[in-house]
Design a protein around this ligand. Structure first.
Ligand code: NAD
Ligand code: DAU
Length: 351
């Protein structure tokens, strides 16, 4: 039985990953370590909390004692590092916590995993791997043509992406220096269930349902490359099992859309299915995000050719599944959009 230490498993992608893995495999154990920041929510994991193959530990990835204790209690085979501060706008107003969690936290995990997995001078126990979950934002911004490949130079712009690039380089350094078995994955924008409504898609759904303005940064023509979260989870599982050690794998499904296209798709669906009063009148163009990257686009050739990964969910289907999930889980949205979040939202949009 393989044991996975999943960090940040109470967040958006982490919780989807825990569900994906426990549904797929009956012979694995998952230890989920999460600090339960504003973005972490145990409601996301209600269905698995009594699963004997699942254990939750409330701890900070920067805490040496807490992480060492987990390694002492469990024979960890794989670390899958999702835990991070993940929102670009928050990194612009408060960069320091991004350095603490994303850079120092990742380094702490790498160090403790190395210490526990190393046998001899530069030999690691058989079958161990540290998978660091990263983002396409480390490559910076594209012009109208071209795609990010694994060889695109790192050129992060926001404090968030700079902290992710730094943590990627620490993972690479542990491989290059100590021969530690690592992989790094860099995925494009995810969407799906359990995403905190500070991110574009759940924010638009939530604002439409509450008849609140939808803030569109700049001209609304920035482009993101959207991937259904389950396809990301599937890719991570493939990289853990078959990724070549030390390699980076880009993950994305060639699904580029402008922000305004995304927003209008959601409004039109809700207008038809929920309430005719939900219209494009809710759209409000606001001041642009500082340093706003113009376009992201992933070239997934490497993961497709080497590991056979392909996205399964077309955007047209995934966005409907996603909207329907939020419509069926209004309580989840109400619980998560608590006072702290409302304060942040009102401050951000000067309400
Ligand atoms: P999220 O913000 O929804 O979740 C982050 C989780 O990490 C939360 O559960 C939070 O409580 C936990 N956490 C934060 N600080 C912690 C700490 N110090 N110790 C322990 N736990 C802590 O993020 P997400 O969108 O699910 O992203 C997960 C990972 O995937 C991140 O590393 C992010 O950079 C990366 N990523 C995200 C996307 C995307 O579109 N959301 C795309 C590519 C890569
Ligand atoms: O590309 C992967 C990244 O995608 C991840 O690494 C990040 O963790 C994740 O947050 C996401 O970053 P983005 O900045 O692309 O996502 P966000 O949902 O914040 O914004 C998507 C686009 O929509 C971006 O161009 C900014 C714009 N936007 C966003 C919000 C929240 C708006 O126009 N209005 C908004 O209110």
């Amino acid at each position: 039985m393989k044991t996975y230490l999943v960090t940040g498993g109470a967040g958006f992608i982490g919780s989807n990953f825990v569900h994906y893995m426990l549904n797929k495999y009956s012979d694995i154990k998952i230890i989920n370590v999460d600090l339960l920041t504003y973005a972490g929510n145990l409601e996301n994991l209600k269905e698995v909390e009594n699963n004997p193959n699942y254990r939750f530990v409330n701890a900070d990835i920067t805490n040496k004692d807490a992480i060492e204790r987990i390694f002492a209690e469990e024979e960890i085979d794989f670390v899958v590092n999702f835990a991070a501060e993940s929102h670009v706008d928050r990194s612009i107003s408060d960069p320091e916590i991004f350095v603490k969690t994303n850079v120092i936290g990742t380094t702490n995990l790498l160090n403790i995993a190395k210490h526990n997995w190393l046998i001899g001078d530069d030999e690691f126990k058989e079958g161990k791997k540290f998978l660091h979950v990263s983002t396409d934002e480390v490559y910076g911004s594209l012009g109208e043509t071209g795609f990010f490949t694994e060889d695109t130079p790192l050129d992060p712009h926001s404090p968030y992406s700079a902290s992710k690039a730094s943590s990627d380089l620490m993972a690479k350094a542990y491989h290059d220096t100590y021969k530690m078995p690592i992989n790094i994955t860099r995925c494009s924008n995810n969407y799906g269930p359990y995403q905190f409504p500070e991110k574009l898609i759940p924010l638009v759904i939530n604002n439409c349902l509450n008849n609140t303005d939808i803030p569109v940064y700049g001209d609304g023509l920035n482009i993101r490359d959207w991937l259904y979260v389950e396809d990301h989870c599937k890719a991570i599982d493939m990289v853990i099992n078959n990724g070549r050690l030390g390699e980076v794998y880009n993950i994305g499904g060639h699904n580029e859309r402008t922000n305004i296209q995304i927003i209008k798709t959601i409004i039109n669906y809700l207008n038809e299915k929920v309430n005719g009063n939900i219209t494009e009148d809710l759209i409000k163009y606001v001041k642009d995000r500082k340093g706003h990257d113009r376009r992201y686009g992933i070239d997934p050739t490497k993961i497709t050719n080497e590991l056979g990964w392909e996205p399964e969910t077309k955007f047209e289907d995934g966005i409907i599944k996603t909207i329907e999930w939020y419509l069926s889980n209004k309580e989840w949205m109400e619980n998560i959009t608590n006072e702290t979040y409302q304060e942040y939202y009102n401050k951000t949009y000067n309400k």
